[in-house]
Design a binder for this molecule. Structure first.
Ligand code: CTP
Ligand code: CA
Length: 226
């Protein structure tokens, strides 16, 4: 269904949101992937649409319903996710929430690899494109506001600050994963927002609330720019 592009502070703004994992095939039945329920990304798409933005959600394999008034493109791999995002440009807002697989197998087997006792398949990996960094690169089609998420298991702020510099995005929401709040598949998250000018730790809250806070921030950003 076509985005409503309804009334609200973000009406007339186009947004793309990536969500979920990517699956990188090894053979017709096996893949390399990340843990990701897609809940945080779907909540961001929903919250932006509720503020009137025209939202397209580029989603890896998840089992979640499409939020109201959101257009959805389903993809499998990181390369497909990047192509789908590029086909949507220009947009005003890009929020990359997907847990993209950093690597893919460079030669995907056409037939199922057969298990032979004691013989291990040698998988040779290549790096996937970085969708957030690609969208953040300077150019005529760069979105006005590019937001990333950073999943860290340890030294969250130090890694997030480095990642923020490396990616070239405008804002980064860092969250700690792998225990307690922020657990994969859970409904709650504890994030810290980094912008160029400030670092702001948010209290633990639901992923829906994180998404709504982020969407309000985005609306304020465009209001102040106007
Ligand atoms: N991301 C992306 N494309 C990739 C890898 C990551 O768009 N190929 C985005 C994610 O959607 C997220 C941000 O980059 O918004 C950070 O992802 P993360 O995995 O935390 O960072 P990496 O740079 O991949 O570093 P590492 O996995 O080593 O922590
Ligand atoms: Ca990664």
């Amino acid at each position: 269904d076509i985005a409503a592009g309804g009334s609200g502070p973000l009406s007339g703004r186009r947004a793309l949101v990536t969500a979920g994992p990517t699956y990188e095939p090894i053979d017709p039945v096996r893949f390399i992937g990340n843990h990701s329920s897609g809940k945080q990304g779907f909540a961001v798409a929903s919250a932006l649409a509720m503020l009137g933005a025209e939202v397209t959600l580029v989603s890896g394999p998840v089992s979640l319903p499409t939020p109201p008034h959101v257009r959805r493109i389903d993809v499998g791999t990181a390369q497909e996710m990047l192509s789908a995002c590029e086909s949507l440009l220009p947009v005003d807002i890009a929020v990359c929430v997907a847990a993209v697989s950093d690597w893919r197998v460079d030669h995907v087997a056409t037939d199922k690899l057969k298990k032979t006792a004691g013989v291990l398949p040698a998988l040779s990996l290549v790096e996937n494109p970085d969708i957030l960094a690609t969208l953040s690169a300077t150019g005529p089609r760069r979105p006005a506001l590019v937001v990333g998420f950073a999943a860290e298991t340890h030294d969250m702020i130090r890694h997030a600050v480095e990642k923020f510099a490396r990616k070239g995005c405008d804002w980064l929401l860092a969250n700690s994963v792998g225990g307690g709040s922020g657990t994969f598949g859970g409904d709650r998250n504890t994030v810290t927002l980094l912008t160029g000018s400030m670092t702001e730790a948010w209290a633990e809250m639901s992923k829906i609330q994180v998404a709504q806070n982020l969407a309000s921030r985005i609306a304020l950003h465009f209001r102040d720019r106007a």
